[in-house]
Design a protein around this ligand. Structure first.
Ligand code: G4P
Length: 530
């Protein structure tokens, strides 16, 4: 046992499981590909800084393209870099939010917030950031597209602090911007990292490191006229910025900030290396029986995503399990906590990343896909003993609602089945009218794109042409405490429906109507989740 524990401890310590959060077009896909390239390239070329392996780069690129194809529908990509095993959890690259994105963040141990240097903190970044903060996970900031003229780095720092309320602490600082972007000064390592070469689609970049303080002779000599500019910025940072504090980073109160360009590859490897060094390995997680440590506790994990039809030829559903403690062993039997039933982690187990590969063992921080015959739900816990479940898996309040038009009466059964399955998967939330004349179901989503996905999937998987009519509501709240349905019975402003579990839910066009309801009725509380 002791030996196994030390093996688990070793595997946990070398794992980094993170998600990239960003607004569409900030460069998440490009950055992900670059990280994978560095992961793959290093295995072949060894830890050589200046990589000119064009031959390898070409074949790597094809491999990456393959991975990219898979990543669209998969959930985790992994690679090995130095001693680290890196898991990048894929958040869907939609133009829109979906609950999937949020849930993925629950499975991550840290997040990389990617910001377009010209655009700063954008709406979607802010929303995703809030989820990370709710969880208290460390957030690293990468300012991308430095090869273009963007905003002043100090200005971006200020914006992060102001808009997100977190201290941004640059661990490196750009030398130049746009076509003048030459490198970064590494404030922790006290060295100048100068880049040259660089190309889209390869890991081809030359990096020259010059050790020394920013005002040292070698650094000044390398930078020429730019040296004064750098010295001035760094002096400002020393004077005004918060000092780097690992404890505050881990508490999610401070965000280490990096600069670079994913497209040209400048600054990606320096970022990756620092990130792996500073980002946390899988940590203990709260559960119904207290905190579950990754090493001390035997195997456990939770389902954070369910996806149907991964393979269009087979009607399969895959439940993605984030391992939280102990060792995952293929073929072992564990408990499905919600139903109390034993489940064999049989040979249908697969890990997605570099294709579908069977895994024999996996460790905390890893994601495995389990074939799902329809037994799993989002948030389910699997564990060896089955004596706890992971706490409070959040359901996010939908902000968009549509009523299903029941035109195609003969397909009612397929419709009901499809909605039930897609709701179980968490693709949408389904509500029913209470006592009204209209029995048509209502679907709710965090982002409107989920409705397109719903229509598409109902057509392709259940042969139901779904017609949806928009509803004006944009807030859903679950009453707690003293709730009397009579108080909203005749309301034009608040609509009473029920969720799949039969719990009452109030829909409204404005949070302020609901707020007034709470003020007028003592003991009534409204929660934004069930
Ligand atoms: P996303 O996944 O966050 O939506 O962004 P994606 O990587 O697809 O990048 C969005 C656009 O930004 C792409 O351009 C991409 O090439 C570009 N981009 C990404 N990183 C950088 C960078 O560091 N510098 C510059 N200058 N551009 C960057 P596109 O024109 O939409 O597509 P493509 O034709 O280049 O593929």
């Amino acid at each position: 046992m002791g030996e196994e524990n030390s093996e688990i401890a070793r595997e946990v310590a070398r794992r980094r499981t993170f998600a990239i959060i960003s607004h569409p077009d900030a460069g998440k896909t490009t950055l992900t590909e670059k990280l994978l390239l560095f992961g793959g390239a290093l295995r072949e070329a060894g830890a050589v800084r200046a990589r000119r392996a064009q031959r390898h780069a070409t074949s790597d690129w094809l491999e990456i393209e393959k991975q990219r194809g898979i990543s669209v529908s998969s959930s985790a990509m992994h690679f090995v870099y130095d001693e680290f095993r890196v898991n990048i959890l894929d958040t869907p690259g939609h133009k829109d939010f979906s609950e999937d994105t949020y849930r993925t963040l629950i499975a991550a141990d840290s997040a990389v917030m990617l910001i377009d240097a010209a655009k700063g903190v954008e709406a979607q970044t802010r929303k995703l950031f809030e989820v990370c903060r709710m969880r208290g996970i460390p957030i690293f900031t990468f300012v991308n597209k430095m090869d273009r003229y963007g905003r002043d780095p100090l200005d971006l720092m200020g914006e992060i602090e102001e808009v997100l309320g977190i201290d941004a602490v640059p661990l490196n600082w750009p030398v130049g911007q746009g076509s003048d972007f030459r490198g970064v000064y590494d404030r922790l390592g006290l060295r100048l990292q100068l880049f040259s070469g660089g190309a889209h689609g390869t890991s081809l970049v030359d990096e020259t490191d010059i050790d020394g303080a920013h005002d040292s002779e070698p650094v000044r000599a390398a930078l020429g006229a730019k040296a004064d500019e750098l010295a001035e910025s760094l002096a400002l940072l020393e004077g005004a910025g918060a000092p780097y504090d690992a404890g505050r980073v881990r508490a999610g109160e401070q965000s280490p900030m990096f600069f670079g360009s994913a497209l040209t590859n400048f600054g990606i490897q320096p970022f990756l290396e620092r990130f792996l060094e500073l980002a946390p390995p899988p940590a203990a997680r709260p559960s119904s029986k207290g905190v579950i440590g990754p090493v001390a506790e035997p195997f456990s994990g939770f389902v954070f995503k369910i996806q149907a039809n991964m393979d269009p030829d087979h009607r399969d559903r895959v439940a993605f399990l984030r391992i939280c403690s102990g060792k995952f062993v293929r073929g072992s039997t564990v408990k499905h906590v919600r139903t109390g039933k034993p489940i064999r982690l049989a040979n249908s187990t697969l890990l997605l990343g570099q294709g579908r590969e069977e895994v024999d063992e996996a460790w905390p921080g890893d994601v495995v896909g389990l074939f799902d015959p329809g037994v799993f739900r989002i948030g389910d816990t699997l564990s060896e003993k089955g004596d706890f479940s992971f706490a409070d898996f959040p359901v996010f309040p939908p902000e968009h609602f549509m009523r299903v038009e029941l035109g195609l009466v003969e397909k009612r059964k397929a419709l009901a089945k499809g909605l039930e399955q897609l709701a179980q998967e968490g693709a949408v939330q389904v509500f029913a009218e209470v006592g009204g004349v209209n029995s048509a179901p209502i679907v709710g989503a965090v982002g409107p794109l989920q409705f397109d996905v719903l229509r598409h999937r109902m057509a392709s998987e259940y042969k139901v042409e779904l017609r949806l009519s928009p509803m004006p509501h944009n807030v859903a709240r679950w009453p707690r405490g003293a709730f009397d349905p009579e108080i909203v019975k005749h309301s034009q402003l608040v609509k009473l429906v029920q969720d799949r579990e039969g719990r009452p839910v109030l829909l409204s066009e404005s949070a302020s109507y609901l707020q007034r309801l709470v003020e007028r009725h003592e003991g009534l509380e409204l929660a934004d989740r069930a």
